[in-house]
Ligand binder design. Structure first.
Ligand code: ADP
Ligand code: XUL
Length: 516
């Protein structure tokens, strides 16, 4: 038996899996939902919904408390952590945590007779963390781009143009708006490296997968880019942790976790990465060839890349692939949140998105279209102030369900053509991927079969696989064990659907262009 632990701090929950890499089995699978299990923070979807002017922040203490809650529940459920040989994790990308210099001493002195939240609360220099949904830094993006010679330079160096949700522009906004608190900040972590530091009992590095989502890292060098760092905020270089490859080991787990939860002091901690890079590993897509669509809070489309290729429209990104090389990523903010909005509008269950319900309306919805942008969209960058419909008819629930799904996946197809890959299959993951109706619309729009994996939560599984890889496990072997499509769950495109969507895509893109 050889056990590894993977954690995933996503927008809405903190999850854990333990994999037995010898018997190829998932031996534990637990989760804490921020909204439901930690109601006292009043962040029902994992973030503060009262933010103005595009600001979306979350409470980092809620994440810290979730870690104790999750490990405590697992221990109570009989999980034996003493056999876990390595732990790594996955974090929602771009979100940042601002800490005073005393964070280091606090980590080094964590006491098992108290909890993480009360011991770490005093080390925050900013009480909230901007997350990936924040779109408030347009001004800072423009300033950073101008300072280094334009967005082409930012993109060539960091893999993306200056992007509102990326960490550099977020840091710049904090630096401008609250210079005193910025000056009191000793270290700025990503969600991923913040958790990794707590587990290791010391401040640890940011990996190349998640680091690329900051507009601060030079992708080719795998190190902070001095010009981008200088353009972002004063004295920033000294506040950034190091950059490291995703398989970097950080040493044994902190005594807090040994004493409180029964981990072995020899349990190796491994740097964390972003949720999308971890999902790439969990989906068995570390080598170029597989295209993955993740249907979480956001929808993302990603693939390993033989060489970095940037999006001419500036919406797509290049990140470090945790297995080496690069990956592309396109993020659509209006993913599950838009589907949930339709579900709530008509008081539906998820069964209304299944194939039987979709059969109530025809492919192409008789020309009725929707731009499903309930929140300001990332791809394309567009704030329509809510969903836009192609006509103002009285909508039935089934027309609206079809319209939201067709709008989402036509938008995804139209904005991923720059990747220049014609996938033979699409692999889907995330909460909504279990839904056969949603998978069917994807199969029809892209015109290829859709596969699901046999294991829950590709980001969490990917994090555990990365932990195993860092202590000597073979990634190909781990993929064979944990990243296999679920038998009998392949969704085949319906006859003639692709051709209908080839045509429909043209009218959809014209409708979309009319809103810009
Ligand atoms: P994240 O990792 O971003 O927190 P998940 O991948 O866990 O998100 O996905 C959670 C979301 O999946 C839920 O908020 C919900 O909208 C959606 N979801 C869950 N079950 C279904 C279903 N059967 N059909 C469609 N969507 C679903
Ligand atoms: C990716 C992105 C989101 C977050 C949250 O760029 O912003 O997918 O990682 O899942």
């Amino acid at each position: 038996m050889s056990l590894v632990l993977g954690l995933d701090s996503s927008t809405q929950s903190l999850s854990a899996v333990i994999l037995d890499t010898v018997s190829a089995s998932v031996v534990a699978d637990h989760s804490v939902n921020f909204g439901k299990d930690l109601r006292q923070y009043r962040q029902p979807h994992g973030y503060d919904e009262s933010g103005a002017r595009g600001e979306v922040h979350a409470n980092p203490l809620m994440w810290v408390e979730a870690l104790d809650l999750l490990l405590g529940r697992m221990k109570k459920a009989g999980v034996d952590f003493s056999k876990v040989e390595a732990v790594s994790g996955s974090g929602q990308q771009h979100g940042s945590v601002y800490l005073k210099g005393c964070f280091h001493e606090k980590l080094a002195g964590l006491k098992a007779d108290s909890d993480l939240k009360s011991q770490l609360a005093g080390s925050l220099s900013r009480s909230s963390s901007p997350i990936w949904m924040d779109s408030s830094t347009g001004e800072e993006c423009a300033e950073i781009a101008a300072a280094v010679g334009g967005n082409e330079v930012v993109c060539a160096r960091s893999g993306s143009v200056a992007v509102e949700r990326f960490t550099g522009p977020q840091i710049r906004k904090f630096f401008k708006e609250d210079p005193e608190a910025y000056a009191a900040t000793g270290v700025i972590h990503l969600v991923s490296s913040f958790f990794a530091s707590i587990l290791a009992g010391k401040s640890v590095a940011i990996d190349h997968g998640d680091g690329a989502g900051m507009n601060l890292m030079n992708l080719a060098a795998g190190a902070w880019d001095p010009d981008l760092v200088r353009a972002t905020a004063d004295d920033l270089m000294e506040k950034l942790p190091g950059c490291a490859a995703a398989e970097t080991k950080c040493g044994g787990i902190a005594p807090y976790f040994v004493e409180k939860y029964g981990f072995s002091p020899n349990c190796e901690t491994v740097v964390w990465s972003g949720d999308n890079p971890c999902s790439l590993i969990g989906m068995g897509a570390a080598q170029p060839g597989k295209v993955v669509i993740s249907l979480g809070t956001s929808d993302t489309l990603f693939a390993a890349m033989p060489e970095p290729r940037t999006d001419p429209n500036g919406f797509g990104h290049v990140f470090g692939n945790p297995a080496g090389g690069y990956m592309s990523l396109i993020c659509f903010k209006n993913g599950s949140l838009a589907r949930e909005a339709v579900k709530e509008e008509f008081s539906l269950e998820w069964s209304a998105f299944e194939r039987e319900a979709l059969a109530k309306s025809p492919i192409g919805n008789g020309g009725f279209m929707m731009l499903p942008f309930y929140e300001p969209e990332i791809t394309p960058a567009l704030d329509t102030g809510g969903p836009v419909f192609s006509d103002d008819r009285e909508r039935s629930w089934h027309e609206t369900v079809r319209a939201v799904l067709e709008g989402q996946f036509l938008n995804m197809r139209g904005h991923s053509e720059w990747l220049g890959v014609a996938p033979e299959r699409v692999y889907v993951t995330g909460g909504a991927s279990e839904n056969d109706g949603i998978a069917q619309v994807i199969a029809n729009v892209f015109g290829v079969p859709v596969e699901r994996l046999d294991v829950p939560g590709s980001a969490t599984i990917g994090a555990a696989m990365r932990a195993a890889h860092a202590i000597g496990g073979d990634l190909r072997d781990l993929e064979k064990k944990f990243s296999q499509p679920k038998e009998g769950r392949t969704i085949i495109p319906e006859a003639g659907a692709k051709e209908r969507y080839d045509e429909f895509l043209k009218s959809f893109m014209v409708f979309l262009a009319g809103q810009k």
